[in-house]
Design a protein around this ligand. Structure first.
Ligand code: FMN
Length: 524
């Protein structure tokens, strides 16, 4: 025994490495059958897999130029990070964008911009930018709601996001008087930290589901009665990243906490069908909207990604005929994000935001219905210039999902679907989410929203307006192509936006339906 130990102790370190590599080579050639490259090129074949796995990070940090990456390039991410940290978010020396490129946005500035009087609400509070319309006012819902912020958190469920991320986001919206959309996963305790909430449900009816998996209006009523933080309800028809795609939540992922929030059984697979069971036609959808609004007193809206227009035309005709309809419509762009989707869906199904929104708005505009509806847009709109274009096209608010994630630390690792999100934002791993400092990250989300609103107000003033709802289609141009270089939105998308009945910021400030108002501090 001593002789063997002596012998092993005298083997030099480099010989141990050679022995280890020999074992790897034997395994690669004779035992593993899954990887041809490792079999044909033992040992060195592993380098290929390792380099492939770190490729995205290498490209992101060293190779890609500032404007190259998708979905969000380095300049866009940098602007969100700096805004969220209240750091210098300016750039020096002038733009590095090719401003003659296709789809580039130009906002037409006024010769003399909007001048605020000395007692204007934005002098005291440069971040005050509420929605110019009241959701549910036209349909005379019992509890109408005016969002106190034009930028809000888009649907993302607890389950796709971590508890810590949802917690930070809800504390964040409370601090900046925005609203927080629950996403499909039901209303979790983390959504109840004091911020306004939009309750969102899809085909799984999580949180408002009967034992058989159908929609339960009784559960909806109880949920709303018990949770005054819920200000409106959104029925999801589809989302840009995967319209018409159902899904299965595997039983293994259903912890007692998730089961309780979603109203499902622990450990059992749960199906989210591709379509709703609660309605199968436009008249039935309209009936459901009215039933929910009647029972809860809340405004009710729909969210959809846009493709074919026939059923939208049918909805608009029916609204015209019956005088009823959704209080708000959220239009999601095909460029929208998701926790997980097949690339064939994410890349190809549904129209990009500008095309989809233009078609939907035109449909309602043609029937004089636009002033009955609050239009919400989502799809990479969380940047003031993009938002200005969206407002000029007719939106009243924007929702942001991935931009909100980035403000609390997401680095666009694009691994939400693996449960291995390195920043703890989109994972259920306790270890990874422990890295999220909730008070700090909630400050960051609030600061991003506030910086966004301040910059958006400044752009609005530069264009000669008091509120972005006053932007018209002629105030903004987009480059369409080389021989027809730039055209205003009205010419490109061929409709005129309905003027929003905005009178003054003061009136919005004094509105009795203003969300987050109890907590509204004049200077925050
Ligand atoms: C992690 C994650 C989860 C999402 N979950 C939902 C959801 O439950 N329901 C839904 O309608 N959209 C969902 N979305 C889509 C977003 O609400 C939003 O419509 C889309 O990402 C576009 O906004 P963005 O470009 O600001 O990210 C999710 C997006 C992300 C990134």
């Amino acid at each position: 025994m001593d002789i063997l130990l002596d012998f092993l102790a005298n083997v030099p370190w480099w010989a141990w490495i050679l022995i280890f590599l020999l074992f790897v080579a034997i395994r690669d050639i004779f035992f593993q059958k899954a990887h041809t490259i490792s079999h044909n090129f033992p040992i060195v074949g592993h380098l290929r897999y390792w380099l492939e796995s770190i490729g995205p990070e290498m490209r992101q940090y060293f190779v890609a130029n500032n404007r190259e990456e998708l979905p969000f390039n380095r300049i866009e991410r940098g602007w969100i990070y700096a805004s969220a940290k209240k750091e210098n978010n300016y750039e020096g020396f002038g733009t590095d964008r090719d401003i003659y490129s296709h789809q580039h946005i130009f906002i037409k500035n006024a010769m003399i911009g909007y001048q605020m009087r000395s007692n204007h609400p934005n002098i005291e509070n440069p971040y005050f930018l509420p929605c110019a319309k009241v959701i549910g006012a036209h349909n005379k819902r019992k509890k109408p709601y005016r969002p106190a912020s034009v930028i809000n958190i888009s649907a993302m469920s607890f389950g796709s996001l971590s508890a810590a991320a949802v917690d930070a986001m809800n504390h964040g919206v409370k601090k900046c008087h925005a609203y927080h959309n629950t996403g499909e996963g039901g209303l979790s305790p983390y959504h109840k930290q004091g911020g306004d909430v939009i309750f969102h449900f899809g085909t799984g009816y999580f949180g408002v589901r009967s034992r058989e998996g159908n929609f339960s209006i009784e559960k909806m009523k109880i949920l709303v009665d018990e949770n005054p933080c819920i200000k409106a309800i959104e029925i999801k028809l589809s989302q840009g990243a995967k319209p018409g795609k159902g899904g299965v939540l595997p039983g293994a992922k259903i912890t007692p906490e998730i089961a309780n929030i979603r109203g499902v059984e622990v450990g059992k697979d749960v199906l989210s069908p591709a379509t709703h069971k609660a309605f199968s036609s436009i008249p039935e959808l309209l009936e459901l909207i009215e039933a929910i609004a009647q029972e809860t007193g809340l405004p009710v809206g729909i969210k959809a990604a846009i493709g074919k227009m026939e059923q939208w035309n049918e909805l608009a005709d029916l609204m015209k005929k019956t005088g009823k309809g959704p209080d708000f419509i959220t239009v999601d762009g095909g460029e929208g994000g998701t926790g997980a989707a097949p690339p064939s869906f994410a890349d190809h199904v549904s129209l990009p935001w500008v095309y989809g929104f233009a078609s939907v708005y035109k449909t309602f505009k043609d029937r004089n219905l636009t002033d009955r509806i609050v239009f919400i847009g989502s799809g990479k709109l969380g940047f003031p210039a993009k938002a200005a274009m969206a407002f000029a096209m007719g939106v009243d608010c924007i929702n942001v999902a991935r931009e909100a994630m980035m403000s609390i630390g997401c680095i666009q690792a694009q691994v939400c679907h693996t449960n291995r999100c390195p920043t703890g934002v989109a994972t259920q791993s306790k270890w990874l989410q422990n890295g999220i400092n909730v008070p700090l990250k909630s400050d960051r989300l609030a600061q991003y929203f506030k910086t966004f609103r301040k910059e958006f107000i400044e752009i609005t003033h530069a264009a000669g307006y008091e509120h972005p709802s006053q932007f018209t289609m002629n105030d903004i141009q987009v480059n369409v192509d080389d021989d027809y270089l730039s055209s205003d939105l009205e010419t490109v998308y061929r409709y005129k936006k309905t003027a929003v009945p905005f009178s003054s910021m003061q009136e919005l400030y004094d509105c009795e339906y203003l969300g987050g108002k109890t907590a509204l501090e004049k200077t925050s």
